[in-house]
Ligand binder design. Structure first.
Ligand code: SAH
Length: 346
């Protein structure tokens, strides 16, 4: 079975050619899927009966189903989606004043083993297909349609490591970016990686104008290796080289994400070291107040510490922001909703 939502327009044209179908068939199918929001092959009236029969037999257009929906006081909505094999993934909707952003998961569970993150509590079960990622955006669009809104921004920052599922994530980006599909602008799409250096080099050459975020979380290898296993595979000098390469090749600046963990990476000495590490790069730093996870020993830095860290970077000439928090009251961080859901089952 081929799921139609897995394919970019180009990939679909290639696949349909094997059935003797012309490229315009793929465009017609895209229009049925994304514009007319068809739910069955039967309604695809401009496609021959014969090919519709083939579609029935060899293709599917199945989408994940929404099983839990929580809403936070700040408007964040959290969805737990059930995939065809029963696996559960999280998706969040964050209403900004500039539009509606969806946080998409890229894998079921995660193997990166960042010690502060709830996602890693479940080891990677499998990669998500491109269609399952598209399905997350479509599920949110369905909910938003009632308010005449639609998803305008996508961040691949849910459960999973996008560069550990590179090909599917790339197809997903090309699908949602396609003007014939959801037409989400490249600059409205952000991929976040824990720092898989090979992936960053590869991503530099895709010719995309999307945003790249790097989960840095520490100013040196010593601290980084304590909290992020990936830092042992790719030390900071290699990571920084890859980011410079990315910035030179794409002319896009990366965002460094930096979670502030109490007494781990939040001292002024850390802020100074961070400033020295990234001085002169195009990049900007987004400080993230940590959302505590019940099973894990980390605590959020207090407000005063967060602001002192922020001020120190600012004074050192680093572009820096503090992330607006969403959905704190519904545990909307990485892996937290799924973990909670399983808890109920236990
Ligand atoms: N694997 C990718 C994308 C998923 S995580 C990556 O590591 O970038 C998305 C971001 O959320 C990362 O920066 C991650 O470190 C951060 N994060 C994970 N758990 C968090 C928590 N409890 N509170 C705040 N941010 C968290």
């Amino acid at each position: 079975m081929h799921n139609l939502y897995d394919y970019t327009l180009k990939q679909l044209q290639e696949l349909l050619a094997q059935y003797g179908e012309k490229p315009y068939r793929a465009t017609q199918l895209f229009s049925w899927l994304y514009e007319k929001k068809a739910t069955s092959f039967q309604e695809m009236s401009d496609i021959s009966k014969k090919f519709r029969q083939t579609l029935e037999e060899e293709f599917s257009m199945a989408l994940p189903t929404i099983t839990v929906l929580e809403q936070s006081k700040d408007g964040t909505k959290k969805f737990l989606l059930e995939l065809a094999d029963g696996a559960l993934v999280e998706t969040a909707l964050m209403p900004y004043n500039y539009g509606d952003a969806v946080c998409v998961s890229s894998q079921v569970g995660c193997n990166m083993g960042c010690s502060f993150c709830a996602s890693g509590l479940l080891k990677k079960q499998r990669n998500l297909t491109a269609g399952e990622m598209v399905g997350q955006v479509l599920a949110v669009n369905k909910i938003l349609a009632a308010e005449l809104r639609h998803v305008t921004h996508v961040v691949v920052m849910g459960t999973g490591e996008p560069f550990d599922n590179y090909d599917n994530v790339l197809s997903f980006i090309r699908i949602i970016n396609d003007p014939k599909s959801l037409a989400i602008g490249a600059r409205h799409i952000t991929v976040s990686t824990c720092g898989i250096v090979d992936g960053i080099y590869r991503y530099s050459k895709e010719g995309l104008q999307t945003n790249l975020a790097i989960s840095l979380h520490a100013p040196n290898d010593e601290i980084r290796q304590k909290i992020m296993r990936i830092a042992k595979a790719y030390p900071l000098n290699q990571l920084i080289d890859a980011i410079r390469y990315y910035e030179e090749n794409t002319n896009r600046r990366v965002t460094f994400e930096y979670i502030l963990l109490k007494n781990i990476n939040d001292s002024i000495a850390c802020a100074e070291e961070l400033a020295r590490l990234i001085k002169g790069m195009l990049s900007h730093v987004n400080l993230i107040p940590y959302n505590p996870v019940k099973e894990l020993p980390y605590q959020r830095s207090d407000e005063k510490t967060i602001h002192a860290f922020f001020e120190c970077l600012l004074k050192s000439g680093i572009r820096v922001t503090i992330r607006k928090e969403f959905g704190k009251d519904i545990d909307a961080s990485c892996g937290q909703l799924r973990a909670k859901h399983h808890e109920k089952d236990d």
